[in-house]
Design a binder for this molecule. Structure first.
Ligand SMILES: CC(C)=CCC/C(C)=C/CC/C(C)=C/COP(=O)(O)O
Length: 286
């Protein structure tokens, strides 16, 4: 039966927390080869290696004290089950944990406009303006208005598909946010306008998905002049950067958001509503 103590992450000397298995954080020994054996087997091995056992037992007094409280699972040499847990997280898990740690560290460092008294607090109003430029409401309202005003069949077709893409984006982002449920960074101030309940989660960034999808859409269907194309790319990049600088998102939320928005555009192309399809749909509605 596992010791209840073993459920707690132990932060004594040795390697850092690397990952979890069954919701339990685990350590990897830096001094011994990886071993897939069960903890009890490892304890037996420690018993047969007195030098290592002594060394490990002397690592931390706190740990020794902790060990005695779980004597039911010790080998009788003052070693707890934790001492025997020599875990073997896969290389991918180690890499992911490290990436996550770098992500959190970078996001905190880049969140320089998270509030007015942050180091770049004076740029916050500009960042919030960029935030609004990537918000769903202006995009939906602007597209609906252009659709209404458009007098050519080609224009209406493009605008209707953009509208469909924007709605698709809202739904897909809401689903991923609800499934992943990653909290926004602690330094974020939740003062965004017009949000859904899922927007308390940060993965992926809805602004980044929209910027990538609409950016691709504009480049493919609406913006042809080279200087304007550069502006579109610049805008999309600034929307992503502003999410991290405002402290709304971690870097990975934005990077994944860009990738997701890029793929969403492919989906819009696949589902493209042609004038014939539209006429069929409108005919069914009438
Ligand atoms: C017509 C309709 C359903 C409009 C809803 C538009 C709306 C409230 C979109 C939410 C946009 C938003 C705040 C997304 C969150 O973006 P993150 O980058 O913070 O994930």
């Amino acid at each position: 039966m596992p010791s209840p103590k073993a459920k707690n992450p132990v932060r004594s000397g040795g390697s850092p927390v690397l990952g979890s298995s069954n919701g339990r954080y685990e350590f990897m020994s830096l001094t011994k080869p990886l071993n897939r054996s069960s903890p009890s087997h490892l304890l037996q091995r420690q018993g047969s290696e007195p030098a290592t056992a002594r060394l490990r037992a002397s690592e931390s007094p706190t740990r020794r004290r902790g060990s005695s409280s779980s004597t039911g699972s010790t080998s009788g040499q003052g070693l707890s089950e934790e001492d025997g847990i020599r875990l073997n997280p896969s290389f991918i898990r180690v890499a992911l944990s490290s990436l996550l740690a770098i992500d959190l560290w970078m996001s905190k460092r880049l969140g320089v406009c998270a509030c007015e008294d942050s180091s770049w607090g004076s740029v916050r109003p500009l960042m919030k303006l960029i935030e609004i430029s990537g918000h769903g409401i202006p995009w939906l309202a602007g597209t609906a208005y252009c659709l209404y005003k458009s007098d050519s069949a080609a224009g209406q077709e493009v605008m209707l598909n953009l509208l469909m893409g924007l709605l698709l984006d809202l739904v897909l982002v809401a689903i991923v946010k609800a499934v992943v449920r990653r909290r926004r960074p602690a330094h974020n101030r939740m003062d965004m306008f017009a949000t859904f309940s899922v927007d308390r989660y940060s993965f992926p960034s809805g602004h980044a998905t929209r910027a990538a999808m609409c950016g691709r859409f504009l480049l493919a269907h609406l913006v042809l002049a080279a200087p304007l194309r550069v502006l579109v790319l610049l805008w999309a990049s600034l929307v992503g950067l502003s999410r991290v600088m405002l402290g709304r998102h971690n870097v990975t939320d934005v990077m994944f958001g860009f990738w997701m928005g890029y793929c969403q555009y492919n989906l819009v192309e696949m589902l493209w509503l042609s004038p014939q399809t539209l006429q069929g749909l409108l005919g069914q509605l009438a």
